[in-house]
Design a protein around this ligand. Sequence first.
Ligand code: AMP
Ligand code: ZN
Length: 134
Amino acid sequence: MDNCIFCKLASGEIPTTKVYEDELCIASLDINPAAPGHTLIIPKAHHQDLTDNMDETLLGHLFSVAAIIGRRGKERLNADGFNVIQNNGTAAGQSVMHFHVHVIPRYENDGIFEFWKPTSPDAKELAVVAEKLS
Ligand code: AMP
Ligand code: ZN
């Protein structure tokens, strides 16, 4: 993909703060981190999002690397935990259209963000949605 910023980061065409690399992916610090150590796991192959022909081996590998980076955040940055976030589509907050996984170190009461406001659908409403998704 000629104009894809993450293809360029992954191939080394554009410099980035790399913290990990192997044959399938790089892990690089986010330029606008939610917290120190906020890292992006970026496959070297271009896939727009999770639905774009990603094979199981690659997906499993990317999440294994996310675990490595998450563990490093706990061991080396003293994080208490970490979020693994993966956005698909602009409605879901995806701004770079090359699949990537965010790993964000978290600390007790860090107040970085709140994910969603829980709702309370009744059993019938859940059943209607479940039928569509099944
Ligand atoms: P998303 O909103 O899930 O698509 O996330 C894209 C992320 O990429 C954002 O958190 C940006 O801060 C980050 N980002 C964009 N350009 C770069 C870059 N050149 N190097 C590192 N991170 C970047
Ligand atoms: Zn790309």
